[in-house]
Design a binder for this molecule. Structure first.
Ligand SMILES: O=C(O)CCC(=O)C(=O)O
Ligand SMILES: [Fe+2]
Length: 300
């Protein structure tokens, strides 16, 4: 696992019981039907009731995954020996889960008409602002252009568990191996796809120029993968009829573990690990945090 320092990414493979993943997926689907009714029905209603802040599932509340309503024991994931072994190898034994939530990647066909035009050329269309409060206990995405999850300097990894099978049509995660090395950068990122080499991108921060390798997370339910908080990753549109349902964990390292590849990786990071003025970290957000068109570099 030593190469995590260099790659900032590890696909653990299919380590969780697929049947148990499907059971949870079905329960989620039953409790929170996914249809157009979860969205505000018009732009007028959205302008009246919607907002561009506090729209994500909470760490402790308004989060279906940890709610009494779902009441689901996540031991089959978090206490699974393979899960513990793999995560410990990257983050040290006493790692800590700081947040977990359900992610649904919504097929384009499920977006209400009034919204489709608005979301064109938005790089990171988080859908929750357009979804009624009651349903914001799940995180909904249309797609996500290449971005970093860590911006404030708080060190963590992101880990995904696929609850259902994810193929090429299902908005699979794409990760750019080695991209964490340039540190925290402003979105949109300066990325260009190689014209000749498959799955190679050139990435720069206006000083250094590096080559990074695209790794696709494609796999059956129960597949788990983990990336450094500064590693670029994203998803393109979901072309299937059903949402991709995943669990997303943010995991903090064991701060006493002297040799964790995650903490060691910071020695090699060239730039800063956070952007001081967080309001300047995303050029795709207006002052009121509404979305601004940027286009996107991620493709199918
Ligand atoms: O699941 C997706 O579509 C992208 C999500 C993502 O980048 C994240 O959860 O950090
Ligand atoms: Fe992300």
């Amino acid at each position: 696992m030593k190469d995590f320092e260099k790659t900032g990414f590890k696909n653990f493979g299919r380590i969780i019981d697929k049947k148990k993943c499907l059971e949870l997926q079905k329960k989620i689907r039953k409790l929170r039907k996914l249809n157009k009714n979860i969205f505000y029905k018009s732009e007028k209603e959205f302008l009246k009731k919607g907002r561009f802040y506090k729209y994500a599932p909470g760490v402790k509340d308004h989060n279906l995954l940890i709610s009494n309503e779902l009441e689901h024991d996540l031991g089959f994931i978090e206490k699974n020996p393979k899960f513990i072994k793999n995560v410990s190898k990257i983050l040290g034994q006493n790692y800590e889960i700081i947040k977990k939530s359900i992610i649904r990647s919504v097929p384009f066909s499920m977006i209400p008409k009034w919204l489709t035009k608005k979301l064109e050329d938005i790089g990171r269309p988080n859908l929750n602002p357009y979804i009624k409060d009651d349903f914001q206990d799940i995180q909904y995405f249309l797609n996500a252009d290449f971005h970093q999850d860590m911006q404030t300097g708080k060190k963590f990894c992101t880990l995904y568990v696929y609850l259902d099978d994810v193929g090429k049509k299902d908005s699979y995660l794409q990760v750019l191996e080695g991209s964490h090395i340039l540190g925290a950068q402003i979105y949109p990122h300066y990325l260009r796809k190689s014209n000749t080499k498959k799955d190679v991108w050139y990435y720069n921060d206006n000083k250094e120029l590096i080559e990074v390798k695209q790794k696709n997370i494609i796999g059956k339910g129960g597949t788990v993968a983990c990336w450094h908080g500064l590693t670029l990753h994203g998803t393109y549109y979901n072309f299937s009829k059903t949402p991709r349902v995943s669990l997303r964990y943010l995991i903090k390292p064991d701060s006493k573990s002297k040799n964790s590849p995650f903490l060691n990786s910071f020695k090699d990071i060239k730039g800063k690990i956070s952007i001081k003025d967080i309001s300047k970290a995303r050029l795709d957000l207006n002052d009121d945090r509404s979305f601004r068109k940027t286009g996107m570099s991620i493709t199918f």
